[in-house]
Design a protein around this ligand. Structure first.
Ligand SMILES: Nc1ncnc2c1ncn2[C@@H]1O[C@H](COP(=O)(O)OP(=O)(O)O)[C@@H](O)[C@H]1O
Ligand SMILES: [Mg+2]
Length: 404
């Protein structure tokens, strides 16, 4: 194994919200810290985005998916080219891909039972268009080891907020000459060693990583993030999302509807667990809306409260019995929703400090990009980059495939 060096990595992320391709040029350091040099939100061309939603709705043919794999690959390459034009070629590109299906369930076909997931955006197109090495398809290796292939950012959260080198991966990292215990550069040194953190991403779906001084890192998807809020903002106000939570702030939470929505069985499943648009799909939302209050503002207020309350409930059910939390650090687009943040403050215990990634000098928009820069860096060096405590995999593996 070669000695680790600083690498320039362009990371590409497009999550379940499908709001944009987030692309970031990062420097990744041997101590696993990551510095974002420049981040851009590259919008999907209109018809490409519409086609992706067609796939989400289950209205696409195999031909559509085949075609979109290459079309999205081209969009990813175009996003990279903007950064390359300004900064030159990176050492590698790390591409998460666009998830079009995530199915973390063991369903038997003959005697074969495998979980599955599908991220598209052909890496060969990105590599050929840019002339750069590409790391992609991270989730598959974890699934091949019985994991759910999600959530993956926990690995980065542990490096940045945690012990740096955890008990479970200490020896593996020693063997590849990683000596620095913790990168302060990412978090501008604000992190305190004796605190327990819930690093809470609120994208389309919400996921948490628990990083503590006295418990191995663990994490899981808490459930809905912005998917239902976005859907209702589109349906009732013809807006792609509820900017700053303004609409929700004018509505009233319908307690009886909220109580009913909180009964969904996903929220009661023990971790490890992950979810996606396949579960919280338009049909789920439309069914839920049958019992909704009349005023669309109240609907959005209640959908916003649902995201906040399911996060708070998940902490109560699955985190506090194991570990106390001093601080919740919110990231992802949801951190910009002021009403959602207000509801989180209301539902979380008052002793928990509520911050966003931006309090640590990291853009809420680009934290996941930075995490994928780190995951790709590890793939490049053959460093195991999954956390079985979070995904349920049988062992640590090197996730990601390399395309030249
Ligand atoms: N200013 C804002 N106010 C309210 N919500 C926002 C704002 N900016 C982004 N969002 C929400 O965040 C979502 C995108 O979050 P993101 O972290 O990119 O999710 P994903 O990883 O699923 O793409 C948007 O769809 C929107 O719902
Ligand atoms: Mg996004």
């Amino acid at each position: 194994m070669s000695e680790l060096e600083v690498k320039k990595v362009i990371a590409l992320m497009s999550g379940t919200s499908c709001d944009s391709i987030d692309a970031g040029l990062c420097e990744v350091y041997p101590d696993m810290s990551v510095k974002l040099i420049r981040g851009i939100n590259f919008p999907y061309p209109e018809h490409v985005r519409a086609k992706i939603f067609q796939i989400f709705r289950g209205e696409a043919s195999v031909k559509d998916i085949c075609q979109m794999n290459f079309v999205i690959g081209k969009c990813f390459a175009d996003a990279c080219k903007i950064l390359i034009e300004e900064y030159g070629k990176p050492d590698l590109i790390s591409s998460h891909g666009q998830t079009v299906y995530h199915y973390p369930y063991d369903e038997k076909i003959d005697d074969i039972s495998m979980k599955s997931t599908l991220q598209i955006g052909e890496s060969s197109v990105i590599a050929q268009e840019t002339g750069c090495m590409v790391v992609s398809n991270f989730r598959e290796a974890d699934i091949a080891q019985g994991g759910q292939g999600a959530p993956l950012v926990c690995f980065a959260d542990e490096k940045w907020w945690g012990k740096g080198i955890s008990r479970q991966c200490h020896s593996e990292f020693d063997s590849v000459n990683v000596s620095a215990p913790h990168p302060a550069s990412l978090s501008n040194g604000a992190r305190e060693c004796n605190r327990n953190y819930a690093i809470q991403n609120i994208g389309g779906i919400s996921n948490v990583t628990v990083v503590s001084k006295d418990f191995d890192t663990f994490g899981f998807d808490t459930g809905l993030g912005n998917i239902m809020i976005d859907y209702c903002a589109q349906k009732y106000f013809s807006k792609p999302y509820d900017k700053d939570g303004d609409i929700a702030s004018e509505g009233v939470i319908c307690e009886s509807w909220l109580e009913c929505l909180l009964q969904d069985e996903y929220y009661f499943v023990e971790p490890p667990k992950s979810t996606g648009r396949e579960y919280f799909n338009p049909q789920y939302i439309e069914n839920s809306l049958k019992y909704a209050p009349k005023d669309p503002k109240d609907i959005i207020a209640t959908a916003t409260a649902l995201t906040a309350k399911t996060i708070a409930d998940a902490y109560e059910r699955f985190i506090y019995p194991n570990v106390g939390i001093h601080e919740a650090v919110i990231c992802g687009g949801g951190a910009y929703n002021k009403t959602l943040m207000k509801f989180l403050r209301k539902f979380l215990p008052s002793y928990i400090e509520l911050k966003t990634c931006e309090d640590y000098g990291i853009s809420n928009n680009f934290k996941e990009v930075m995490a994928f820069a780190l995951l790709g860096y590890c793939t490049y060096y053959g460093i195991p980059n999954n956390l079985p405590c979070c995904t349920g995999a049988k062992k640590r593996v090197v996730m990601g495939k390399i395309t030249y």
